[in-house]
Design a protein around this ligand. Structure first.
Ligand code: NAD
Length: 469
């Protein structure tokens, strides 16, 4: 078995104990992960604190150069890290490679940004300049669905801005983050990047730690609330990227089969375990049967299996707890609607759930009102598009959404009325490094991606000079 280590103060170290990491396609332990405890976390925070003056004092261009080297190192090891990503997360190997390429690309983009001072006012008597200062030690806490890209969108801007970092992955997908730690050990000065791994107990310790200035968190809304409460005592800066229950609004000028293809992909990518996945679809009465039939036919043809098998289109659910949750949603689907594809679990091993299409279901079902985070798509009928929009917006979530229609003006006007942070028209999951991303309502606070995402890792500092007495 490959050995994994934590990165603390520039050294790759063993944890206090180890914990077996399960491959969700086989349910077998395939690696041992070192576990930190509170004392090791404290060591990591102390080393990040010590490293902060030196790191933040370097020119931004030097920090950018090291980030470029990290992107090079990731690309050089793309294939072996992708294999570990597939083994720990379950996604098809090609998707794992794509996540690593996207991660490296994002890091490269961040390395091109600047935080130049901005002159706010200048005249004969005064000069007022806004600077962007780093915050100090930043904690990055990530979930298990996209361990690498969700790490990069915290690590790269955090480091470029001059912060030092403590990184904590989810307990079920820690290994690829520890591999990134290995790469960082060879590039960054000691203490600048620290990686720890836990059994779900150290996130809470990080959020109340007096020497951590900011928490950049991606995870569920439920945990996000705890992070916010726990960070209150130290008034930490927070970025919270949380859950979603994104709706797809299908307009009546669509080709049913083509739109069904888009909906199915949006609902089953990464086995539905994407914050921005299509989690409910609203289809006009005139197209309802045709879209449902096309969805069922396409879902039935999808190949599910071990992500290491090149023919696999969709892997398993990532962990047992989520698998049990998704099984509960299958029961709800059968109770509240008509299952027209999938619905039955294959014989084990592996946490496999087939792509499942559910029709004749209404908004009151928990499958529609909650975040299923699995490959089960409820398809709802509407008569009046205004009514559909009201039903879509009647949610405490507001992450993303999609509108599908040939009349772009009409689609755009409806997109503007979605109460969410991102709305795509006739495409989905088009995330670009330079385009800011944030959740509305209880889907999050703050922004990732783009210059705005970088600035979230800084404190605005205004220097106001009197030039003449
Ligand atoms: P989770 O909230 O259970 O865990 C996320 C991380 O928080 C893990 O590292 C976990 O160990 C840690 N954690 C657990 N308890 C904590 C606490 N009290 N304080 C601080 N940290 C704690 O989320 P998950 O189940 O791993 O991920 C799935 C969720 O993430 C879904 O809701 C999904 O929509 C959301 N997500 C959101 C985005 C986004 O950008 N908005 C992206 C991906 C996933």
């Amino acid at each position: 078995m490959q050995a994994y280590q934590l990165l603390i103060n520039g050294k790759l170290v063993d944890g206090r104990t180890t914990r077996g990491i399960v491959n969700p396609a086989t349910e077998e332990v395939f690696a041992q992960c070192p576990q930190a405890d509170e004392a090791l976390l404290d060591q990591a925070v102390a080393s990040a604190r010590n490293a902060f003056p030196g790191w933040s004092g370097r020119p931004l261009s030097e920090r950018a150069g090291m980030l470029q080297r990290l992107a090079d190192a990731l690309e050089a090891r793309r294939d072996d890290i992708a294999l570990v990503l597939t083994q720990e997360q379950g996604k098809p190997l090609e998707d794992a490679k794509g996540e690593i390429t996207g991660t490296a690309g994002y890091i490269r983009y961040i390395a091109t940004l600047d935080l130049a001072p901005k002159v706010l006012k200048e005249n004969a008597s005064e000069r007022i300049v806004q600077h962007r200062a780093p915050l100090g030690v930043v904690g990055a806490i990530t979930p298990w669905n996209m361990p690498l890209i969700l790490l990069a969108i915290k690590l790269a801007p955090g480091l470029l801005a001059g912060n030092t970092m403590i990184v904590k992955p989810a307990p079920t997908t820690p290994l690829t983050t520890l591999l990134v730690g290995e790469l960082c050990a060879a590039i960054f000065p000691p203490g600048v990047v620290n990686t720890i791994a836990d059994d779900n107990e150290l996130g809470a310790v990080m959020t109340r730690h007096p020497d951590i200035a900011k928490i950049a968190f991606t995870g569920s809304t439920e945990t996000g609330r705890k992070v916010m409460a726990s960070a209150a005592d130290t008034l930490k800066r927070l970025t919270l990227e949380l859950g979603g229950n994104d709706a797809a609004l299908v307009l009546d000028d669509n080709d049913p089969d083509a739109v069904a293809g888009h909906l199915l992909r949006g609902a089953t990518l990464n086995c539905g375990q994407v914050c921005l996945a299509i989690k409910r679809a609203y289809v006009p009465e005139a197209l309802y049967d045709a879209v449902c039939d096309a969805l069922a036919q396409r879902a039935g043809a999808m190949v599910i299996g071990d992500g290491q098998d090149p023919s696999t289109q969709m892997g398993p659910i990532q962990n047992r707890a989520q698998y049990e949750k998704v099984k509960g949603y299958l029961d709800i689907a059968k109770r509240d609607g008509h299952v027209i594809a999938g619905g039955e679990l294959p014989e084990g091993p592996g946490y496999f759930v087939p792509p499942t299409i559910v029709r004749d279901i209404d908004d009151s079902s928990l499958l529609v009102s909650e975040e299923q985070f699995g490959p089960i798509l409820p398809v709802l009928v509407y008569r009046d598009v205004e009514d559909a929009l009201a039903r879509i917006n009647d949610s405490h979530w507001g992450l993303g959404g999609t509108v599908w229609g040939r009349d772009l003006e009409r689609a755009y006007a409806l997109a503007q009325r979605f109460e969410s942070g991102t709305v795509w028209v006739n495409r989905h999951l088009n995330l670009q490094a330079e385009i800011p991303f944030s959740g509305a309502k209880q889907s999050g606070i703050g922004t990732e991606y783009g210059q705005e995402g970088l600035e979230e890792f800084t404190q605005r500092k205004v220097i106001n000079v009197q030039l003449e007495a």
